[in-house]
Design a protein around this ligand. Structure first.
Ligand code: FES
Length: 351
């Protein structure tokens, strides 16, 4: 109640949404990257390697880990950087294990950069050893639950990050054969030395580094009578195919996915959106967020994949499809995430 009243007064008299937002620039004079509702982390290492990967080692502020417990292997964080005066957020899985955090108080991210990407393309310019950034609490439920079960793991490209964290955390406890197939272009595989060390720690763990062509030629056999648990992280096409194979067996299937489903349109259609009172022409060919950004409307982008909720707006009327779940909304009022919403009719939306 007190907070609400304070924020109301701040919005009337100081033209800020909250008191902490008003204080931010002042606090940042003394505490770099101080932001209300976010944790600070200092950059301890930035290591670009071949094939556009960057290893980033961060030391989160002490309140990030409670009783020295940081994250669970397989979880991700939102990483926020100030790039060209704008705060940009993306999601990355923590590649290091919770056990390593206990010793070092650090976490490691493996980031696949894209020269044209606004965030990853600029990361080495805007982040240096000693600088500060913001991270969220760890999130996600792609966790390892199969210590006493036979396991098959499949990682594609940077999808190795949750899997390597799980293996580093649990390999010594495994009591059943656990096999990892790691698919990447020749020479692009990461963490090879760590994988070899893990295989030396427990002979029940084995792994293969393969290319996509090799993966397609060597069948992953999920025996229909077996109860292997299957873990997969990678591009959506790979996960779809592994899921179909895994569901033939009697084990459990687990996957992590950081991309939204592709838009499949048999017929391109055009619609009118009233966005904050302004008429905008759109099509069903891509997400609302992409089209609003192209038209330079005042929208907020965070992760771009439906996780951070920074792009939430209020749909007053019209139909949209949620590209993560495939669900089509009804015609009435509801909150939607612009980055995962495909327009299916005329719409009215307020930010
Ligand atoms: S930008 Fe993160 S949910 Fe839309």
């Amino acid at each position: 109640m007190f907070k609400e009243v304070t924020n109301k007064l701040v919005s009337w008299f100081l033209h800020h949404q909250s008191f902490s937002g008003y204080l931010e620039p002042v606090m940042q004079q003394f505490i770099p990257a101080w932001r209300s509702g976010s944790f600070r982390a200092q950059v301890n290492q930035v290591k670009p390697v071949d094939h556009d990967y960057v290893y980033l080692t961060l030391a989160p502020e002490s309140s990030w880990a409670i009783n020295n417990i940081s994250h669970q292997a397989g979880q991700h964080i939102e990483l926020t950087l100030e790039i060209n005066g704008r705060l940009l957020t993306r999601i990355f899985t923590i590649a290091s294990s919770p056990a390593l955090f206990k010793k070092t108080k650090e976490i490691t991210l493996l980031i696949k950069t894209n020269k044209l990407g606004r965030f990853t393309g600029a990361i080495t310019q805007f982040i240096q050893v000693g600088s500060w950034c913001n991270i969220s609490k760890p999130q996600g439920d792609f966790l390892f639950e199969s210590i006493t079960q036979q396991v098959v793991m499949v990682a594609g490209g940077s999808g190795i990050t949750p899997i390597i964290s799980m293996l580093a955390e649990h390999v010594e406890k495994l009591t059943q054969p656990t096999y990892l197939r790691y698919i990447a272009e020749t020479g692009h595989h990461q963490f090879i030395e760590l994988l070899e060390n893990l295989a030396n720690k427990n002979e029940l763990f084995t792994f293969e580094l393969v290319t996509r062509a090799q993966h397609e030629k060597i069948p992953l056999i999920f025996d229909g009578n077996s109860s292997q648990d299957v873990y997969c992280c990678g591009p959506s096409g790979l996960m779809q195919s592994i899921k179909e194979q895994a569901l033939v067996g009697q084990g459990n299937y687990f996957q992590e996915q950081f991309s939204i489903g592709a838009i499949v349109n048999e017929n391109q259609s055009s619609f009118n959106v009233i966005f904050d009172g302004e008429n905008v022409d759109i099509t069903n060919g891509t997400t609302l967020l992409e089209q609003f950004e192209q038209k330079e409307l005042n929208v907020t982008r965070g992760c771009g994949i439906g996780v951070c909720h920074q792009c939430v707006c209020n749909k007053k009327s019209g139909l949209v499809k949620n590209l993560r779940t495939g669900e089509v909304s009804d015609n009435g009022e509801q909150l939607i995430q612009l980055c995962i919403s495909q327009p299916l009719s005329d719409l009215e939306i307020t930010s």
